[in-house]
Write a new protein. Structure first.
Length: 222
């Protein structure tokens, strides 16, 4: 395929309990946003020939999951889904190792943000931290990352992953039990306390944590 890469979408993580792939944050790069090492790896490994599913989905949890979608300028879409990636790597399959090498470049690109926010980065002037033009890394941006870590990635995921019921549309009915609410609040408060302690005791590590997770919330309301 000679068409240029228009967009890539990538989900990666561990599925727990009743989680489904859609519960994992999807990262998207378009056009010039696509990291050069990733684009080069896709071409070098001839990844467009390797679409399909690798490994087998099982009901066992935790389950490693990777999904890469490559959209070409001519409208062609290539999907690559991987279950239990580490097990597949250990088997030494040559074809899958080509897929794995590209995924490694993607994993590295996700973390390729500055370890500490400089004045330029807070002002939105650093292309490695792609804030909107003229944007700043605000308290709201920090709050979004803290919400992701302390709440979004907590026990609420198990509740959110359940099946839909028409009863959910009835505002007069409770959606969360007292015990569930207690679990949610205790877990979120505990995690938030850890994050605030890190902010006060080790500001550089706190900034590194924000940088490493900011891409997951960059499309949230700011």
């Amino acid at each position: 395929m000679s068409a240029d890469i228009l967009r890539i979408e990538y989900r990666s993580g561990v599925l727990l309990r009743t989680m489904v792939p859609e519960n994992l944050a999807a990262l998207t790069w378009s056009g010039q946003e696509i990291p050069k090492p990733v684009r080069q790896a896709i071409r070098r490994e001839k990844l467009l020939e390797l679409g399909g599913t690798y490994g087998q989905e099982t009901a066992d949890r935790p389950l490693e999951y990777d999904h890469l979608r490559i959209v070409l300028a001519d409208g062609t879409v290539i999907d690559i889904t991987v279950f239990n990636r580490n097990q597949l790597v250990a088997k030494g399959d040559t074809k899958f190792r080509r897929v794995h090498r590209v995924l490694c470049k993607l994993n590295k690109a996700i973390m390729a943000v500055p370890p500490v926010f400089t004045a330029e980065q807070r002002a939105g002037a650093d292309p490695r931290l792609p804030l909107p033009p003229g944007g700043k890394f605000t308290y709201r941006d920090q709050a979004n990352v803290l919400t992701l870590l302390a709440f979004r990635n907590g026990p609420i995921e198990d509740l959110h992953a359940g099946m839909y019921s028409p009863l959910l549309e009835d505002k007069t009915l409770s959606r969360i039990t007292d015990d569930e609410m207690k679990t949610l609040m205790i877990d979120a408060s505990r995690k938030l306390a850890e994050l605030l302690a890190l902010r006060d005791e080790d500001p550089e590590s706190f900034a590194t944590l924000l940088a490493g997770n900011w891409r997951q919330v960059r499309k949230w309301e700011r």
